[in-house]
Design a protein around this ligand. Structure first.
Ligand SMILES: O=C(O)CCC(=O)C(=O)O
Length: 297
């Protein structure tokens, strides 16, 4: 790992932060992003909420689209009294190809932090999710799992998740919880959970023995949590009245499996080939020449 460590960028991690990440499997970066960094992605989410409100209205499930409501409140109010199935119709997490997502995935503060862990050739993995954790909707609760359980056959290592809080993530609204140091294990046996309709992966019960050592990681809006795809984590239900908005992005070195079965990722940063780094237009068009350099060789 130290051979890949990149310093010298404005947002480079300190050696202590890299050591913490390597040891614990996760790292919190409070206040990494400011309102300007998050404005475009929030706009894209609001666009999606507009579309959902239009659909609910067209299907006579609401009589008011609540256009004046805030980002934190509107989706919660639109789904007040609705069933899990009515929410899950729109997906438990969203992966739309909207400009705001690219803006966030290409954010230099995020890429500087990731470069500290994997070096300056960075591929943005196709797996990214917007998580509107809506109060009282089952899809909000995510069971204990390793992200790697979603791509058990992929030859990609390391894959780093960058989880971004777009509102304060608290104990009440369902922040992330981690089992520290579990990233040192291989992929644990797991199954698709069957008590909600979400089909989230969940580690088998015998792996929950270390659960007492788990830590909760509340973080304020703009904070980011990096974690290894073998680090066991979960999130609790949203018991507040507002939406816990977050987005989870993933990055890996460019010479790894680009996981095309999950979608089309893009070359997010390249110290060696900066002219090949994807633009918004490349990403929107899913241009393959901006996939990892290894694919071009
Ligand atoms: O946002 C959440 O509640 C869960 C996120 C998660 O499990 C992930 O990003 O892997």
């Amino acid at each position: 790992m130290s051979a890949e460590y990149r310093t010298g960028n404005p947002g480079s991690l300190s050696p202590e932060q890299v050591a913490f990440y390597d040891r614990e499997g996760y790292l919190a970066l409070p206040q990494l992003l400011d309102d300007a960094d998050m404005a475009a992605v929030i706009r894209s989410m609001q666009q999606k909420v507009d579309e959902i409100a239009d659909d609910l209205y067209a299907n006579h499930l609401i009589t008011d689209k609540l256009e004046a409501e805030s980002f934190e409140n509107r989706l919660a109010r639109l789904f007040e009294g609705k069933t899990d199935a009515e929410f899950l119709k729109y997906g438990r997490s969203w992966r739309d190809r909207l400009p705001g997502y690219f803006d966030l995935m290409a954010n230099p503060k995020i890429l500087d932090a990731v470069a500290s862990l994997i070096g300056g050739e960075i591929f943005a993995n196709p797996v990214y999710n917007t998580r509107p954790k809506v109060p009282k909707v089952a899809a909000g609760t995510v069971p204990w799992h390793q992200d790697r359980s979603y791509w058990p056959d992929a030859n990609a290592n390391p894959v780093i998740t960058v989880w971004v809080a777009l509102v304060d993530a608290t104990l009440e609204n369902g922040c992330l919880h981690f089992m520290p140091q579990t990233h040192r294990q291989q992929l644990l046996s797991h199954h698709r959970e069957a008590y909600t309709s979400t089909k989230y992966t969940e580690i088998d019960p015998e792996h929950l023995v270390g659960k007492e050592r788990a830590i909760a990681l509340p973080i304020e809006k703009g904070g980011v949590i990096l974690f290894n795809d073998r680090c066991v984590h979960m999130s609790t239900p949203n018991d507040s009245k507002q939406v816990r908005w977050s987005v989870d992005l993933r990055y890996q070195p460019t010479d790894q499996d680009p996981m095309p079965q999950h979608g089309v990722g893009f070359l997010a940063r390249s110290d060696q080939y900066p002219d090949r780094v994807a633009t918004l237009e490349d990403w929107l068009a899913k241009r393959p020449e901006h996939e990892p350099i290894a694919q071009l060789a």
